[in-house]
Design a protein around this ligand. Structure first.
Ligand SMILES: [Zn+2]
Length: 278
């Protein structure tokens, strides 16, 4: 049994390190995912600006056509002025020329404003392009970093797993499976000593009879409170335990007398089922 405790103790360190590396590997892609999300946002902004810019370009084209048309109309009317003979015709033409001039002026104003807006949009577009290029580069760099980090940690993990398998090969696979879960859920500590009648993992007082079973080392015992594997270790309080056993010898059931108020909730016969609640 001592040998199993020793192996479990070594396994404990290996498993704790294994979980640490596994968690680390899981965390590695997060930095990249964050950068990718930022780049995605930039791309969307860029595309929106691009669409807007194309639309404004089309509007500018139409404005120029309408301005040309208004100019042609005015010139035609001006030419006709030279050939008219009647005063009424003159007034009509005069009005047409005036209208065409007004239209030209309005269109020219719109054109100038729209051109300014178009320039601003293109400026923003080129800024977005720069940001996008920068972020793309960052994503590429982060990808390289991620790949290198994962490869590096995977190599470490492979070594640890090999060590773990070496240690576990002589143990009951069921026990190894449970032990892994305990380590995972109990902060890397899966095997603890019992001092006197106290579990050094959770500091709960254990029934004296149960501690006696742990001490006998007939089978692996798990703490009914924290599920950790227990082994008995001599301590300053050990004499106290002997005293308890002496006292319990006098009664039929040692658990009744030898234990204390922690007896309620104690599951001595079914340590394994306790593990399912981990
Ligand atoms: Zn415990």
């Amino acid at each position: 049994m001592k040998e199993i405790y020793n192996t479990l103790s070594q396994l404990q360190d290996v498993l704790a390190r294994m979980f640490e590396i596994e968690d680390k590997i899981k965390e590695i892609p997060k930095a990249l995912a964050d950068k990718e999300a930022v780049l995605q946002k930039t791309k969307i902004t860029y595309l929106e600006l691009h669409d807007k810019s194309e639309k404004v370009k089309e509007e500018l084209k139409n404005l120029r056509i309408r301005l040309d048309e208004a100019g042609v109309k005015r010139e035609t009317s001006e030419k006709m002025m030279e050939t008219i003979t009647q005063a009424r015709e003159f007034e009509t033409l005069q009005k047409e020329i005036e209208d065409a001039k007004n239209a030209e002026q309005t269109l020219r104003k719109s054109l100038i404003a729209k051109e300014k807006f178009y320039d601003e949009l293109n400026m923003k577009l080129s800024v977005q392009e720069e940001i996008m290029a920068q972020q793309t580069q960052e994503v590429e760099e982060e990808t390289a970093v991620k790949d290198a980090l994962i490869a590096e940690n995977q190599a470490i993990l492979d070594e640890i797993v090999a060590k773990k398998n070496e240690l576990a090969k002589d143990l009951d696979p069921n026990l190894v499976f449970k032990f892994e879960r305990i380590i995972r859920n109990k902060g890397g500590v899966g095997i603890v000593p019992v001092h006197s009648i106290v579990c050094e993992g959770c500091h709960m007082t254990l029934p004296a009879q149960f501690v006696n079973d742990v001490r006998r080392e007939d089978e692996i015992k798990f703490c009914p409170y924290c599920s950790r594997v227990l082994y008995y270790e001599e301590s300053e309080d050990s004499e106290h335990l002997d005293a308890l056993f002496d006292a319990s010898d006098d009664v039929e059931d040692g658990d009744e007398e030898g234990g204390d108020d922690n007896d309620s909730g104690f599951i001595s016969d079914d340590e394994f089922s306790n593990l399912d609640t981990l």
